[in-house]
Design a protein around this ligand. Sequence first.
Ligand SMILES: NC(=O)c1ccc[n+]([C@@H]2O[C@H](COP(=O)([O-])OP(=O)(O)OC[C@H]3O[C@@H](n4cnc5c(N)ncnc54)[C@H](O)[C@@H]3O)[C@@H](O)[C@H]2O)c1
Length: 257
Amino acid sequence: MMINYLHKFRLDKKTAYVIGGLGLIGKEISKAYAMAGAKVIILDVKKKEGILFEEKMQNLGYKLKYIYFDCSKTKNLEKNFLKILRNYGKPNIFTNCSYPQTKDWSKNSFDKITYNSLRKNIDIHLNSYIWLAKLVAERMVKNKDSGSIIQLSSIYGLVGQDTNIYKNTKMKENLSYSVIKGGIINLTRQMASYYGKFNIRVNSICPGAIKGHVAGLQLKQDSNFIKQYSKSLQRFQDCIINENSIMSNKSYSWSFQ
Ligand SMILES: NC(=O)c1ccc[n+]([C@@H]2O[C@H](COP(=O)([O-])OP(=O)(O)OC[C@H]3O[C@@H](n4cnc5c(N)ncnc54)[C@H](O)[C@@H]3O)[C@@H](O)[C@H]2O)c1
């Protein structure tokens, strides 16, 4: 008998929440979940784009709903999120690929950053990732559901930024980014170690730079950055081999690009 391997990846009757589901990465994740049969709920700040994307996907026969949600509104984060869960149903899969940031994000380099901006960015990005993932996991435990939580970190949560790749560009290293993405990786480890016994899988994805716009902004990537980044890839590869060699806990795994 032939095994239909693709069937093993089907997500029929599953609900998948994607925070930041209208971004470069989030949109592709949302499409993939919808095509695998899941009911997809996108939470994002881009209202117009959300409505258009929902319409397009529904016209193609997919179950996808867009809801306005701003995870930088940290005062009401828990209240707003729990209200959405009550109205649209519990997630079986929860993916956070949002990229909240302050207006002065590009000034988060060592020589320009202010203490206020560091605190604010950690609050709206790292703390919102932590709190939403915790709320979802606790809901899964309460309902005795198994589930999967996936959080977007970055290669820069694993290694310090190679400052050579910013030479002759307007870009700079970003202190907050490395701290936030490193925090998300250890959040994942801590959650996997605690929630594994409840059959909840917790994973982090740590991509390298993806060709497209500058993440979080609509600016095109600088050609010098692309050239210099490509040269820097060997260093990332070394780090990936080291990380993989110390992974032994089955309750979490890692994906790299
Ligand atoms: N693109 C890359 O090269 C790359 C590399 C490594 C890691 N990442 C990580 O992957 C994730 C997604 O990156 P991307 O390239 O798709 O970014 P993106 O800017 O294209 O998408 C981010 C999405 O988050 C949404 N968002 C921003 N602020 C929000 C808020 N306050 N509340 C709700 N939604 C909000 C945006 O509207 C957007 O749709 C980020 O966490 C980023 O750090 C990206």
